[in-house]
Design a protein around this ligand. Structure first.
Ligand code: FAD
Length: 411
């Protein structure tokens, strides 16, 4: 595979073995295509920091579709949501308990790490080849494929490449594709804690509190997932976010939000300023590369659009590549890739709008949102949708508007 041009029989290459790259590899291999995954980090890497915990049911179904049994395994490994609660100041304004039979249709909550382990095991069963500790340093596309440069100096040719190399995507940069959007200035501190040994953690509802008095009016949220619970703090502009995200700072505020036991059982502490950006195109001029997941877009986690939509990017890209490889001529093949890239970018823009709406509601930085939140809080005890609107701030359960021509029906 080191000649100047790619053969259509050469493996398709996926750059990045994160959840989106692993999904792409399973989807391509499930279509009978040879697949090579190039991953910069070693196989025994420890992925630090908090990541996705909410996997929406359309995503689970998509995993099940590309690899029967895989979606079910992910669903079985996750928890179902017990309910939701919203507080405004010190007043509980909304509460809902969800029947477990119904709630299993909303989402599964588990750590991204567990999902990645399931995806990797399936990729191996399907014969996907992995090259770990193999950073890609550049790519060049031409009319019959892609030449990939590795840090070692080796070159690899492939007919098609899915770039799932994350937020700092080398592939995206090598193609000169830029990201458009903005970075929200508000720091959020995200803490993952262990499950309480008394068994109470999975029974907890998702909890939102706007203007929590014990935390000088900051917003907080917690959400259980299989194996732990996530606790989020929204900093004020004047906060010392470094201190609040230090082990001492975290112990101080986590103990005021949940049982102080959790403050002594911390898994991860991360501080984020969320980007709301989408690549200005998801493909190259030769239509040989498709960007997927965080290589293509970065969203605040409100609404769970990041990984969830990355799964749709990856699986749609695999379908388009399989179709392009079967196309009668190059022009048809180009059109298939272009359609997929345009479609996924449209979804990227819509998903950004959904997560921006969640972020806006949580932050309440503008006068209008603050007024809306105050009115909703007053109405919530008697007008159910007002309470739902408040509690749904960080979840954004409403799906974006569908458009008939779109290949992915969800996000
Ligand atoms: C706090 C938090 C909470 C979140 N919650 C949710 C949620 O509930 N639901 C949701 O849908 N999303 C959520 N997200 C987003 C989700 O975590 C990301 O969308 C997801 O990790 C992106 O996966 P990815 O595979 O695109 O990128 P990554 O996970 O970043 O994987 C990229 C891979 O590419 C490799 N790589 C990078 N450069 C190279 C190179 N040059 N050569 C070879 N390999 C390379 C990296 O080592 C890595 O393995 C959350 C994110 C955060 C931070």
């Amino acid at each position: 595979m080191s000649s100047q041009s790619a053969d259509e029989q050469d493996p398709c290459v996926v750059v990045g073995a994160g959840p989106v790259g692993l999904t792409a590899a399973v989807a391509l291999a499930g279509k009978g295509l040879p697949v090579l995954v190039l991953e910069a980090e070693p196989q025994d890497r420890l992925r630090t920091g908090s990541r996705a915990i909410a996997f929406l049911i359309p995503t689970v179904n998509r995993w099940e579709k590309i690899r029967p049994g895989m979606g079910d395994s992910i669903a079985e490994a996750g928890n179902v949501l017990a309910g939701g609660e919203a507080y405004y100041g010190d007043k509980r304004v909304f509460t809902i308990r969800v029947n477990p039979v119904l709630s299993k249709h909303f989402a599964r909550t588990l750590s991204q790490k567990k999902v990645e382990a399931i995806l990797y095991a399936e990729a191996i069963k399907l014969g996907v080849e992995f090259r770990w500790a193999t950073p890609v340093t550049g790519v060049t596309t031409h009319s019959d494929g892609v030449t990939i440069e590795l840090e070692s100096g080796e070159q690899i040719n492939t007919p098609y490449l899915i770039a799932a190399d994350g937020a700092r995507s080398v592939v995206r940069k090598a193609l000169g594709i830029t990201m458009e959007g903005h970075t929200d200035p508000t720091p959020f501190i995200i803490v993952d804690v262990d499950e309480h040994p008394d068994g109470s953690t999975p029974l907890k509802s998702i909890f939102f509190q706007y203007n929590r008095p014990e935390l000088d009016g900051r917003n907080v949220m917690y959400m259980p997932f299989a194996g732990g619970m996530r606790v989020d703090l929204q900093c004020k502009p004047s906060d010392d976010a470094e201190y609040l995200s230090s082990p001492e700072g975290v112990r101080e505020w986590v103990g005021k939000v949940v049982d102080p036991w959790y403050a002594e059982h911390i898994q991860w502490i991360s501080m984020y300023r969320f980007h709301q950006v989408v690549a200005d195109t998801y493909t190259d001029p030769h239509r040989r590369v498709i960007l997927a997941g965080e290589a293509a877009h970065l969203f605040a986690p409100w609404g769970g659009r990041g990984l969830n939509s990355g799964v749709f990017d990856a699986t749609d890209a695999a379908t388009a590549i399989a179709e392009a490889l079967r196309a009668p001529d190059r022009e048809q093949a180009r059109k298939v890739i272009e359609r997929c890239a345009t479609d996924r970018r449209d979804w990227g823009l819509r998903n950004r709008a959904v997560s921006s709406a969640g972020l806006r509601r949580m932050r309440g930085a503008d006068q209008l949102t603050r007024v809306q939140r105050t009115i909703a809080a007053h109405l919530a005890p008697v007008v159910w949708p007002a309470g739902f609107w408040l509690a749904n701030g960080g979840v954004q359960l409403k799906l974006p508007r569908l458009r008939a021509s779109k290949s992915s029906l969800f996000y």
